[in-house]
Design a protein. Structure first.
Length: 292
């Protein structure tokens, strides 16, 4: 849209005629988030509260459109090319549209470097995992937020990094991102009510990533319990006792996209629990993209 036409439409946002505003809003919402700075200028220069509210709503709609497009693009990428931290940042963008993903990636990289200094090639995978767990949970105090379990903030990477608190899903995704950046063959497991992380035979890690290929899981990690390490035998015993079948549904790696979906489902439940019904409806719209 030409700037002259854009400015003419923006000037009509304070028109008292609801039909005029309806036409203007429809035209503006056809545009991308790139027109937001011009809308913000109008908001700052306006003394009409009704006009300011209209602008705020249009900006929110354009920001949501950008988030939806980002998620759609991420989902359309082949599973082996999907970057888990990019998916996590898209969820953050829903609540924090001005957040710079690079800042989050730099914080994760700082953590990675600190742990990497303690690792060397002579260590076994189990030993490397133990060092990661000690650094993350004992030295830095990352944990599941039990005191405010239903807060939407538990679902955002920026909040996990700032508060060192999350929920079982966000902590598992965060752990997997960090482990992979340390070149550990971590895959996510859709364990009932509490995602786990599996360390997989490194020769098979690439093959199972994003597929249902049967993997050689060496051991499992529970980031919700300070990274406690357990075996397949113990996992299958728990599943059998609680009648979760078939076993491979809950013991084999699943695509990363499933866990971004689980994160959004958790966010939806959190918004519902605190009464943010409008945000909950928008999360539903994002979740529909996983079925397309």
């Amino acid at each position: 849209m030409k700037k002259s036409k854009l400015n003419a439409l923006i000037e009509l946002l304070d028109d008292p005629d609801i039909l005029v505003f309806g036409m203007v809003e429809k035209e503006l919402l056809k545009e991308t988030h790139e027109i937001i700075p011009e809308l913000e200028k109008k908001w700052e220069s306006s003394f009409d509260e009704n006009c300011q509210e209209r602008i705020e709503n249009i900006i929110q709609n354009l920001q949501f459109k950008k988030t939806r497009d980002k998620l759609q693009n991420w989902l359309s990428t082949s599973p082996e090319d999907q970057n888990l931290i990019d998916g996590f940042c898209i969820v953050d963008h829903f609540q924090y549209p001005d957040l710079n993903p690079l800042n989050l990636q730099l914080k994760v990289e700082t953590l990675r470097k600190s742990i990497w200094l303690e690792l060397n090639n002579s260590l076994t995978l189990l030993e490397k995992t133990t060092i990661l767990n000690h650094f993350l949970f004992n030295m830095n105090g990352y944990s599941v937020n039990l005191s405010n379990a239903h807060s939407p903030q538990n679902c955002f990477l920026n909040q996990v990094l700032d508060t060192k608190k999350g929920n079982s899903i966000s902590m598992s995704i965060f752990y997997t991102i960090l482990a992979r950046q340390l070149e550990l063959p971590a895959q996510l497991i859709d364990f009932p009510k509490n995602p786990l992380v599996a360390m997989v035979d490194s020769d098979l890690a690439q093959k199972v990533h994003g597929s249902s290929h049967h993997s050689d899981v060496l051991f499992y990690i529970n980031p919700s319990n300070k990274g406690s390490i357990t075996s397949r035998k113990e996992i299958e015993y728990h599943l059998k006792r609680n009648e979760y079948l078939p076993f491979n549904e809950y013991t084999e790696p699943k695509p990363d996209s499933l866990f971004i979906k689980r994160l959004l489902e958790s966010l939806q439940e959190s918004y519902l629990s605190v009464g943010f019904t409008e945000k909950e409806e928008r999360i539903k719209e994002l979740l529909r993209l996983f079925n397309e």
